[in-house]
Design a binder for this molecule. Structure first.
Ligand SMILES: [Zn+2]
Length: 433
């Protein structure tokens, strides 16, 4: 359907208002309009309302199929990915995940092991239509010395196909070792990475957060937190991060993931937190599939009654940038997943009610994470922008989100890519005991 030519026209494409720039057209109640798109030399040379002027006679008629810009996945763990067959989560709990992953890391995460699993993950993400991806990198000593060089090499290998970002990952108690954390921050800065920690309600949380902010300011790093991934109402580290950002006068970007406990807290507490989050300029990413899997798991013969996700609607209404992302894939934190952002969006639509109206929720997997990751021109369709988009079979939200769209066409720099997914058997050699 997409020609190999360097320039061609697509007619009758369905584009969404929230992620298409400078298109004057009449958008319907679902936010869609039909457009004609000209492609030349890897770029989108024009987007115009369908039938308005002059789509040439040889334009390819897409019959109203949906076109979305390539996805941006701002929270993943491709260093952990695909270890499930050799290290499953024994009971599906958060502690089960933490312990199983820690044991596997200590025993198995050589540079080759990490590299092969990362590459497998990136090939899947690329085939599904992802153009940029941020991964957390377990950086508990001595893993940081193994994984960061692998990440840097992988980023080079994948440049031009997937823009790869890395954020270090360690429990905030690791910051107490000032010398070591100082070294880690330097290492992350050298790799042009992002400074990340997991916050817990430890007694010295405020002091430790100040050290994190101090290192970020010193090295000019953006920040990325895992916060409050629990149903414990006393977990308020999201608020503590916002307060720390304000009193440290932090000017970089801050992304906070999970924030599950917020959904369990009383309204007044929630309002106070959201005020501070908005004021501090924090962005929030929800990980709906992982949250659904780990949260509210209470053991044998008990049915979960809570979805696990945070308050994205309330945040968006206050102007807080919100995203959704993949999080873990086939590791003890989530037994499933393939870094398919259409699956994430489809699941988010069901779990988080991204519908009726769809409004600007499509930005959560495209334009908003692109902004958080400082990727200009990613996550939107725009005249003059890169011809990086996905062409689906679906012509409406109900068609798009009812099937896996495994036959979608991914176009990069104007050309349809080979969408072959890696074979699981490739990993078998890494899975033997
Ligand atoms: Zn995560």
């Amino acid at each position: 359907m997409i020609p190999a030519a360097s320039s061609y026209h697509l007619a009758n494409a369905r584009v969404h208002q929230s992620i298409t720039q400078d298109l004057s057209a009449t958008f319907d109640a679902d936010g869609f309009a039909l457009a004609d798109i000209a492609i030349a030399d890897g770029k989108i040379s024009s987007i115009a309302a369908h039938g308005g002027s002059k789509a040439p006679a040889d334009a390819i008629d897409l019959g109203g199929r949906i076109i979305l810009p390539c996805f941006v996945d701002c929270h993943t763990h491709i260093d952990k990915g695909h270890i499930w067959p050799r290290k499953p989560n024994p009971d599906g709990s958060f502690m089960g995940a933490l312990n199983a992953t820690g044991a596997d890391r200590a025993l198995r995460w050589s540079a080759e092991d990490v590299a092969r699993r990362m590459d497998f993950s990136l090939r899947s993400a690329y085939a599904h239509g992802t153009r940029a991806l941020r991964t957390h990198i377990d950086s508990v000593a001595p893993q940081e010395e193994i994984s960061w060089p692998v990440f840097e090499a992988m980023r080079e290998t994948w440049r031009g196909r997937i823009e790869l970002q890395g954020a270090c990952l360690l429990g905030i108690e690791g910051v107490r070792d000032k010398k070591w954390f100082d070294r880690l921050a330097k290492r992350v800065a050298a790799a042009k990475g992002v400074l990340g920690v997991v916050t817990y309600m430890v007694p010295d949380l405020e002091e430790l957060l100040d050290q994190v902010f101090a290192q970020a300011i010193k090295h000019g790093l953006d920040l990325d937190f895992h916060a409050d991934e629990t149903d414990d109402v006393s977990a308020i580290s999201l608020k503590k991060i916002a307060e720390a950002a304000l009193w440290n006068g932090f000017e970089g970007k801050i992304l906070v993931g999970h924030c599950c406990s917020l959904a369990r807290q009383p309204d007044l507490e929630v309002l106070d937190t959201l005020d501070k989050v908005a004021k501090a300029g924090l962005a929030v990413v929800s990980l709906p599939m992982c949250n659904l899997y780990l949260q509210d798991r209470r053991g044998d013969a008990v049915t979960p009654r809570w979805r696990g996700v945070t308050l994205l609607h309330e945040m968006k209404a206050r102007g807080i940038p919100v995203a959704v992302a993949s999080d873990n894939t086939r590791d003890p934190f989530y037994a499933y997943g393939d870094l398919d952002m259409l699956e994430v969006y489809r699941m988010a639509t069901r779990i988080l009610h991204f519908d009726h109206p769809v409004a600007d929720w499509p930005r959560t997997v495209t334009a908003t994470p692109a902004k958080v990751m400082r990727l200009d021109g990613f996550g939107t369709l725009a005249a003059g922008g890169d011809a990086d988009f996905i062409l689906f079979k679906g012509r409406s939200w109900t068609e798009l989100l009812s099937r896996p769209e495994s036959d979608r066409i991914v176009v990069r720099a104007g050309r349809a890519i080979d969408r072959q997914l890696p074979d699981y058997a490739e990993l078998d050699g890494l899975m033997v005991e």
